[in-house]
Ligand binder design. Structure first.
Ligand SMILES: Cc1cc2nc3c(=O)[nH]c(=O)nc-3n(C[C@H](O)[C@H](O)[C@H](O)COP(=O)(O)OP(=O)(O)OC[C@H]3O[C@@H](n4cnc5c(N)ncnc54)[C@H](O)[C@@H]3O)c2cc1C
Length: 422
């Protein structure tokens, strides 16, 4: 399943990687080069994703090299691969599951930013129970014909491609009949309808698929083995629960201007995500502004929150270090995601204590210019996106603590018998 090769015995140190990268950037970086041309150079030199194999735009370096190189490129005033679910979710899944023809065709446009991606997994009847999905794909000559409905699909309104899960065989148990496709979004059979959220944003969508076409060869992994590829995507999703905007330098130049515009486009969808995380960074400022920073009950609540936040950051640091040492994404993703939910909820509670009823007001005159109202309305999303808190607890209970599994009566029954559909 994996195409990662073992790092060479003579693995360079982080200092050596830094020095080699800096020399290469000095030689090759031209701020007036078009962004895509610069990224082609990154791919060619193996600096795009340095932990990947040389054949696929990497350098066979250990896992720590990806974060180090991404950070160093920005520090040197240059640009790395694009942000977004293409490079964070689709690319590692395609790399891990192949086949080579798809790696050849799809990885390059993801890593240069020529194509953006979204994730078409959830359905109205299949969220936590994702394997219960009922969108179907039927082979018709040289293409698969896909019909069904997806929902909560972030950024589907401006994606070129989608990671799509669809059922290709109903005669086998539900996890076995699923295939993972790379679906072209811009076609008549794909209708994207934005959903308006209670925090006034519209970052996700309903997607209606009516005989949408997927080229026959756009199967990630193999027909009927989509569940394994889906688990790879989900493990990366938990790992990247917190999205960070790259801090590109303000130096003029075409490549940087294009990278900033690309990040602006991408993060417009996610502008409420910091509020979704609860904004624990704002509690002290909020308490002072509201004149309650000497209230002993509020002070105690703030101290508790700051402690929780600090401990969760240490947990995240430990997970980052484990990845840097070459560990594949694992249980620490679920622990980190659960910790982030706890921090967000506690932070919203403390902000609500500070603001009182005024926290319900929105607009520029309300608490911290409306940020607090947005926090209170956005925090519930933290416990749902990328797998709910309860699902993370199930994963930890079963895979880490070794507790008895949930009773799953539908695991071995053909999907068609569960649904009465053929
Ligand atoms: C901000 C955001 C962005 C999202 N982006 C995307 C996206 O880009 N693409 C995509 O495909 N989806 C996306 N989703 C959807 C997300 O993956 C689902 O909402 C999530 O998996 C939960 O599914 P559900 O909403 O159907 O809830 P349900 O699965 O119906 O769950 C309802 C409740 O039941 C609980 N529950 C369910 N099963 C169990 C169980 N076995 N044990 C204990 N409790 C259980 C849940 O924890 C929850 O509290 C996004 C969601 C959010 C909030």
């Amino acid at each position: 399943m994996t195409v990662r090769s073992a790092p060479a015995a003579d693995v360079p140190t982080p200092e050596q990687v830094r020095a080699e990268l800096a020399a290469w950037v000095r030689e090759c970086w031209d701020p007036d080069r078009p962004l895509r041309d610069w990224r082609e150079l990154l791919l060619g030199a193996g600096w795009a994703v340095p932990s990947w194999p040389r054949r696929w735009y990497g350098r066979d370096l250990p896992g720590w090299a990806d974060e180090l190189v991404a950070t160093e490129l920005i520090r040197l005033g240059a640009v790395g691969i694009p942000v977004g679910s293409g490079s964070w979710l689709a690319a590692p899944t395609i790399l891990a599951h192949g086949p080579d023809e798809l790696r050849e065709r799809l990885l390059r446009p993801i890593l240069t930013g020529a194509q953006t991606w979204c994730q078409l997994f959830s359905e109205p009847g299949a969220g936590s129970d994702l394997a219960g999905l009922s969108t179907t794909a039927v082979l018709d000559g040289e293409s698969w014909v896909v019909s069904g409905q997806k929902v909560w699909n972030t950024s589907a309104h401006h994606a070129d491609m989608a990671m799509l899960l669809a059922r290709t065989d109903s005669s086998v148990p539900k996890h076995q009949g699923i295939t993972y496709f790379a679906l072209p979004m811009n076609q008549p059979g794909v209708e994207v309808r934005p959903l308006r959220q209670m925090n006034f944003h519209a970052s996700f969508n309903e997607v209606f698929l009516t005989e949408a076409r997927v080229p026959r060869e756009n199967v990630v992994g193999a027909v009927g083995l989509g569940w394994a590829a889906a688990l790879t995507t989900l493990s990366y999703e938990r790992r990247f629960a917190a999205l960070q905007r790259p801090g590109y330098s303000l130096t003029p130049g075409r490549a940087l201007a294009e990278a900033r515009a690309e990040a602006d486009r991408h993060f417009a969808t996610y502008s409420w995500y910091p509020q979704r995380a609860g904004r624990p960074d704002l509690v002290v400022e909020h308490a002072r502004a509201a004149g309650v920073s000497t209230d002993p009950v509020i002070r105690q609540a703030i101290a508790r929150l700051v402690t929780l936040h600090r401990v969760s950051q240490w947990t995240a640091d430990r997970a980052r270090l484990a990845r840097a040492m070459g560990a594949r994404p694992g249980a620490e993703g679920s622990i980190g995601k659960l910790a982030a939910s706890n921090v967000a909820r506690e932070s919203a509670r403390v902000h609500a204590m500070i603001a009182g009823a005024a926290g319900l007001l929105t607009g520029p005159d309300s608490a911290l210019g409306g940020v607090i109202a947005e926090v209170l309305m956005s925090v519930p999303g933290q416990s749902i996106a990328g797998g709910t808190d309860e699902i993370q607890k199930n994963i930890l209970a079963e895979r880490v603590l070794g507790l008895p599994g949930e009773i799953r009566v539908d695991r071995d029954v053909p999907f068609s018998q569960l649904t009465g559909r053929g």
